[in-house]
Design a protein around this ligand. Structure first.
Ligand code: S5P
Length: 276
């Protein structure tokens, strides 16, 4: 049956990618399908937010390049929090170049993403070579890759045939590609042209989640955890400003309350989906 009708626990036991297995295992253990997107520019806020939301999340999503005061010690602090609170790390790098270039961007440079991010993501636009390039670095480190099959923003071009081709690319590399950034499940796509669909288990990570706002002034579109998880069968809700807020000053107590609220909403939506 489709992965979204099975428990996270059952899926953890059967998944063959180590990063996906660890994520599903943590989701079941901590009863959370929440990923917080820590989109702030100061190290102090970044670490304070992660420490506050850590108990409520399975995955912390980073944009490491927006930190103004980045230094390598931030990664050590992030890893310590990851061990303490038990969450995985997802660097939302959205790679989009030829294989040779992305392999260098993933392994090297200032951030050395592959050395600390359990999961990262890539656009499908360059074709299969982007997966080959990233896999050459990530597979030996037991990492997982998420492909962007759809986007949450208004007017996104990743639709129709593009989305279908992204799914085909992922199916050809199920050792490394563990899921999609998408708004729906992808199993029904192109199901006729492959017989591997039956046992495939792609995680659907959905951004554009909010309980209060419907969107922002720059084309972001929000759906509720119930719409995303119960109705559309997605596995992980990615929440940024719904939890962190939009002001310059961070209220860590409020951030923690919101994280708990989204954890409960996401988990209830998952339990409802399984009981249907
Ligand atoms: O389609 C997408 C894909 C991503 S990864 N739409 C998105 O919004 N994202 C990311 O999710 C985006 O880069 C941001 O970090 C987060 C959404 O943040 P929010 O504040 O709107 O919840």
């Amino acid at each position: 049956s489709s992965p979204h009708l099975r428990s996270y626990e059952d899926r953890a036991q059967k998944h063959n990618n180590p990063a996906a297995r660890a994520l599903l295992y943590l989701m079941a253990k901590k009863k959370t399908n929440l990923s917080v997107s820590v989109d702030v520019t100061r190290k102090k806020d970044f670490l304070a937010i992660i420490d506050a939301v850590g108990p409520y999340v399975c995955l912390i999503k980073t944009h490491i390049d927006i930190l103004e005061d980045y230094d390598p010690s931030i990664i050590e602090d992030l890893q310590a929090l990851s061990n303490e609170h038990e969450f995985l790390i997802f660097e939302d790098r959205k790679f989009a170049d030829i294989g040779n270039t992305v392999a260098l961007q993933y392994s090297s440079g200032v951030y050395k993403i592959a050395s600390w991010a359990h999961i990262t993501n890539a656009h499908a636009v360059p074709g299969p070579s982007i997966i080959a390039g990233l896999a050459s670095v990530g597979l030996p480190l037991e990492r997982g890759l998420i492909l962007l099959a759809e986007m949450s923003s208004k007017g996104a071009l990743a639709t129709g045939a593009y989305t279908e081709d992204a799914v085909r690319m992922a199916r050809a590399r199920r050792d490394f590609v563990v899921g999609f950034i998408a708004q729906h499940r992808m199993e029904t796509i192109g199901a006729r042209d492959t017989d591997s669909v039956g046992d495939e288990d792609f995680l659907i990570l959905s951004p554009g989640v909010g309980l209060d706002a419907k969107g922002d002034a720059m084309g972001q579109q929000y759906r509720t955890p119930a719409e995303v998880v119960t109705d559309c069968g997605c596995d992980v809700i990615i929440v940024g400003r719904g939890i962190i807020g939009t002001g310059r000053d961070i209220d860590v107590g409020e951030v923690q309350r919101q994280a708990q609220r989204y954890q409960v909403a996401g988990w209830e939506a998952y339990e409802r989906r399984l009981s249907r």
